[in-house]
Design a protein around this ligand. Sequence first.
Ligand code: MSP
Length: 660
Amino acid sequence: MDKDKYYITTPIYYPSGKWHIGTCYTTIICDALARFKRLDGYDVFFLTGTDEHGQKIQKAAQAAGKSEKEYLDNIVGQLRNLWQVLGISYDKFIRTTDEYHKRAVQKIFTALYEKGDIYKNEYEGWYCVPCESFWTKSQLVDGKCPDCGREVQLTKEESYFFRLSKYQKVIEKLLEDNPTFLMPRSRQNEMINNFIKPGLQDLCVSRTTFDWGVQVPFDTKHVVYVWLDALFNYATALGYMGDDDSLFRKYWPADVHMMAKEIIRFHSIIWPAFLTALDLPLPGKVFGHGWIMFGSDKMSKSKGNVVDPFILSDRYGADALRYYILRVVPFGQDGVYSNEMFVKTRNSDLANTLGNLVSRTLAMVNQYFGQVPAPCEDEGTDAELKELNMRLYDKVAALMDEPDVSGAMDAIWEVLHRANKYIDECEPWALAKDESKRTRLSGVLYNLVETIRRVAVLLQAFMPGTAAKILTSLGIKDGELSGFASLKKWGAMPAGGKVVKGEPLFARLDINKELKELDAIAASVEVKGDVKGADNGEDKRAEKAEGVITVDSINIEDFEKIDLRVGTVVDSKRVEKTDKLLCSQIDLGEGKPRTVVSGIAKYYAPEDIIGKQVIVVANLKPVKLRGILSEGMVLCASDAEGNLTLITPSKGIASGSEVR
Ligand code: MSP
């Protein structure tokens, strides 16, 4: 029998600025869902990618002084890198600049035109470039974009229109008759009241004022509206309107389109209308989760209040970041990120609750038995621990179906807490002192090992690296003991096998030290002015928060506080266990060179900078980075994608010269 299929998608992201942990949110959620369904026996297809056309991208490339292709290849490469670092198990990465996608969009546009669902007229209204959205005057809020609050442009141009109004009834019925189509449910009322009840208006689906897009094949001065182009990625990625549509026939329609709440209008109204016009089946579910916030604001490329996922996963492990996103942010609601919360949670939930449970259990197994001991008859709270374990798979599976990913993680951590309490209740160290209690000791440790195995089996979906480490410590290789089927009965873990305690899964961190170092890294890697990224720069609001760079005006007295000096690099080495940091000895004419750690190792080899003159912030408070006391900061310029280049004097000058 064929396995059930499960097709899940992330939005395709705009490569218009720095990638951040907000960008990672949906992708990590989808990855956990995809991995869970695969482990659960489904035939999964997991799609992600990038949305590369439109005015916003064209402007971003221009701002970076690059051709669109050059700009996009670089930033999309960084995104693919990020997904690799985070262990994202996508089956396909689509770029809307892929030729097959562009050809398919042209065919789709033509088909809709030939059906009479697209017609030509003139558009007059308001356009929000960052959201790539059209608005009527009455929809604006205080004259600004109702979605993002930014300036809109009055636009008047000849355009093609899609007859969205024709599908009013279809969409109304879809949302009213299918309470689980758009989730969470609160979003449904928002769509009905704000957009459907006032009446759907035909949608402008082409632009003529710029050319970075898919050309309308029968009227080449038009490019296809970026949202039509983008939404169809979900179908073209599977070969719809392409040379081979076998994947499309197998996986269509999508089971879940996952995204944050700001783009559900496109997915729950416009997208089903497009699909209905082409007689295609509609997706099973559109889920609009909340935002990762920084303070009271959404973390976003254009607001500049972004946290770098590369830094977090490099220092703390990809699974620590996955954990934060999957558990700490309540699924469906907005959740705040702070470095402090991140580091504290890593200590409490990962180092303590999970890591300690595993390390102390394995240490006791080795110390008292040297192998996995045999189970014994139930006593004390054994039955309670087992029952909680036995209910866990069903509970997690039901929550993943909803989906409620943080709820599923809560359920797993409930078992981990119970297991830690079980150790305190049973006091194996006391049992070990009494030879007559050896059978009981054996049973207690067996129950703990089996609990850890069962949790690790489930964790493969959420924290794959950590789960693999635990299973390896238990001597379990891929196979039956790591499959979901092994959770059906209690006691699949065989007695007699060897376990290996290994390195701690998550070493405990000194919170204050970490917070200082994170701030210092943010200050050394980021360069003031970068906050606008490659976005259109319309939104100049910037927030003060940890790990965030802000652009405020300063007066001359402020500037004079900074002691900038010319330094000559006399030596430089890579800092061990990081691919970002160089540790350099810089002569500032002080008799003894200073040690300066800087985040430039991706752009310069140590030997490239020896002998170079650089500009150093000489009166920056020294800070320890990776255990090295850094006594200043080297200035770099950063382009829109965060590429760094050192600032150097145009002519040689004495080391220590003042920069004014
Ligand atoms: N290109 C469109 C989507 C087209 S899909 C056919 C787009 N791109 S985007 O780059 O702006 O990405 C928006 C999506 O990124 C959100 O819907 C969400 O999935 C994710 N997120 C970006 N910032 C986020 C947070 N701060 N918090 C949570 N998710 C975030 O819109």
